[in-house]
Design a binder for this molecule. Sequence first.
Ligand code: PEP
Ligand code: MG
Length: 589
Amino acid sequence: MEVISGLATARGFAAGPVFVYRGDGDIPVPEYLLEEGAQDAEMQRLAASMLQTRHYLEDMISTLRERTGRKDIRVFECHLMILEDPFLMGEIENWIRKGRLNAEAAVRKVFSAHRAQFGKMNDSYLKERVHDLDDVERRLLKSLSGSSQEPYMELKAPSIVVADDLTPSETVQLPQEYVLGFATNGGSTTSHVALLARALAIPAVTGLGDVTSRVTAGETMLLDGTNGNVTINPDEAKAKEFEHLMRRHRLLTRSCAAGTPAGTLKDGGNVLIFANLHPGIAFEAAKDQGARGVGLYRSEYLWLNHETEPGEEEQYEAYKKAAKFASSLGPDASITIRVLDIGGDKVVRGLTVKEANPFLGNRSIRYLLSNRDVFFTQLRAILRASAHGNVKIMYPMVSCMEELDEAAKILSEAKASLDAEGAAYDREIETGAMIEVPSAALNAEAFARKVDFFSIGTNDLVQYTMAADRGNDMVAHLYQPFNRAILRLVEMTVEAAKKHGIPVAVCGESAADPVAGPYWAAMGVDCLSMSATYMPVMATIFSHLTKSDLEEYAKLPSSLPVEATAAEIQTACRAYIASKVPDFDELTA
Ligand code: PEP
Ligand code: MG
């Protein structure tokens, strides 16, 4: 057994025999001087091959249009544009007419020169476009040489295609019913094989180095496009573990209809599924998993990841990047940037001080209100980033009205300072309160008059309600989201939000819990914000629930004896969801 790591290029899993694809290789390119006066005939030969190539590309576009969406067609539309580029074709004609070169040699000369120019570019996306030129050149040369034999003809059984690299047309020409996955020596996550594999929902791992020389046709390969590795000749235990992964993945993808936004209910209702992100992690996974916005951006990682305190510019750049990313998630997407939440277990050298009870000390908003310069700088940076996307500001660990009033004052000062400089920002920027202290939930009616949204931080809400340190193993059994006290606090928060017409989210870990997440939605929470990896499971669960299921689910705890423990409520809730969602245990294992 051998495991090789590469780039996770198209998500998904595949297991099967290897088919080693040896491409066209180098098509022979004859080069000779034309006899004087033979140029017209050579031009006609070139025109015929261009026409043949054009028909080929048009066929490819219409086949793809039937199979997939617009995105992949663009590759071939781009090839058509190359083919019709008057400048490029003018150069070829020049070589034939003035240089008296045969058509193959003229094509090779011109394409090589352009390829060299693209290859020199620093931009990795543009660099990849060399493959477009390769592909069009190969097509032209092929039709000039009259060759028609395609190497993929030998692929006659479901297999994992292992290749050095694949051009776009090679990728789509492979008979898809037999392609379980792609594993290539070269390539990158932005290469065409990557884009097409994703569009065709075929798992792929690229950048595997010399995988073609490490396998022999017919050997078994396990391909993990989600984590970016392949296993050659797996042992029994590995094969079994992989089979489980594949089954779970099948369950997830089967139930999520393509194009349906994550969080769509069976009967069309909707619960927003947003991502929790922070500086320093790759954002793209959130997009791949269907996030429709960013519900919690933990800004403190800018401090935790760095030796020195980030200044306004550094913060602005980070928030701007995140705001732009969030805008790419859809027309209604937004990003909720939580202001610096340090203290407690988040210790920042030089900023936080040793306290006897750090979780009950100068944490989060309390720290910011006692270090107004830090708060002011951060608010300025967030405001400036709001010019680049739908940004919201969120205050953590609010426990009383004064904190909201004070925060609003500093925000006004930050806005005034930007006004004085004529800087751009969203003047209507929304502000929200995290509900993570019991006093906030009990006071939600009043808080709702002061802010534009709520987000319930169940990690801290459970910690503070149960008086159980969230980081202490000895009291971990008291982490009880289904304790009636927590359910009541969530209910009060949702009621206050509804009464005042503001949205409410849950962004603590329980949002991603397969039993608790749907329960919060049943109680009227509008948005669940969670780590990207949990989104597909949650989306699958919602796709099996209807609005009336949620109404019924909301009433379940109150139908149990009042003295029911959190564990008993949780068990009953789990049984309810499991009865609605096929293969629930497997899905959530
Ligand atoms: C929470 O407390 O639930 C929360 C989301 O905040 P954090 O986990 O960052 O304290
Ligand atoms: Mg918290």
